[in-house]
Structure formats: C-alpha cells, structure tokens
Design a protein around this ligand. Structure first.
Ligand code: FES
Ligand code: FES
Length: 171
C-alpha cells in the first residue's frame, strides 16, 4: 500500500508521519502518535468522541483523513492545557479550566465522551465567552453522552466560562 508523507504540528510539536491515503486522522493520532485521549466511537461523525481542533476549528477526526491534516496545527485533549486559551505550556498534569470544571461539576461518568465534550466546549468558549444554556446545548448537540443526562455537562461549561472570563478579567 502506498504511503504518503505528512508533516503537521500536534499540540505544538512538529510531527512527521507516513500514512495510507485512507488513514483517518483519529487513527493516525491514536496509533502512530499514541494520543489515545481522542476516542473512537461511531466512526461516522455522529458521537463527537473523536473531536479535536484543526487550525483552531472543531473537527471530528473520524471524518478527516490524515493526509488532509498535512500542514495543519492539530490540538488534542492532551494538548489542551497548552492551548491558546492558557497561553503558555503548563507542567505535566496541568488541566485546562474546562477540564477542571467538568471534574468539579461531576460532568462525566464512564468518561468515554468526555474528551470530545471538553474540546467542543473549549471551541464554543473561544468564540463565545458567555453562552446561554440554549447556546451550550445547541453547540454540544453534535456530541453524545450515554451516562450523564447532559445537565452536569451544561453546568460545567457555564462554570468553565465563568472561570475563563475571570481569568481574562484578571489580566
Ligand atoms: Fe467520530 Fe463518533 S468517532 S464522531
Ligand atoms: Fe459515559 Fe458520557 S460519561 S458516555
């Protein structure tokens, strides 16, 4: 099978890879880079478990080929605490305010959906720092959770928004 060279940035680091034309971005991230925080659920774009940022845009990485990410900047859940929101890289184990809020509000049970929700919430709050409950529900409607009933997830996003606004105000 012909392999194609790709070069991209993943969580701020330059990455070179060789992939088949059919290799999905989510499989490249998990299997070649070991970034297993990005989960594989439906693989047809329905569940959102595989959500990552590509050049700052929320993308379901099961719907994107790895070769399409050539030249792009990809952020996964592992790199979120070093993302543009927090500015500078933190020490290992540093959590992003969205992650802290999900823990604080008990917005996860099995956790399978959580990386995707956190990435989607981060993308929303980057565009809209003070969303309404309806806007949060609308924005996260492309992510599925089988455990929580979504109430705690909405509360977590609101708490994360408040934390991030407080941080911005303190600058
Ligand atoms: Fe990508 Fe479900 S695995 S949307
Ligand atoms: Fe289990 Fe969401 S916490 S699927």
């Amino acid at each position: 099978m012909t392999k194609h060279p790709i070069r991209l940035r993943v969580n701020g680091e330059a990455v070179d890879g060789e992939v088949e034309a059919r290799t999905l971005l989510v499989h490249f991230l998990r299997e070649q880079l070991g970034l297993t925080g990005t989960h594989v659920g439906c693989v047809v774009g329905e569940c959102g478990a595989c959500s990552v940022l590509v050049d700052g845009a929320l993308v379901k990485s099961c719907l994107m080929l790895a070769v399409q990410a050539d030249g792009c900047a990809v952020t996964t859940i592992e790199g979120l605490s070093t993302s543009a929101t927090s500015g500078t890289p933190g020490p290992p184990g540093t959590l992003h305010p969205v992650q802290e809020a999900f823990i604080n509000r008990f917005a996860l049970q099995c956790g399978f959906c959580t990386p995707g929700f956190v990435m989607a919430a981060h993308a929303l709050l980057t565009r809209n720092p003070d969303p309404t409950d309806e806007q949060i529900r609308q924005e996260l409607s492309s992510n599925l959770c089988m455990c929580t009933g979504y109430v705690q997830i909405v509360e977590a996003v609101k708490e994360a928004a408040a934390r991030l606004r407080g941080k911005d105000a303190a600058r």
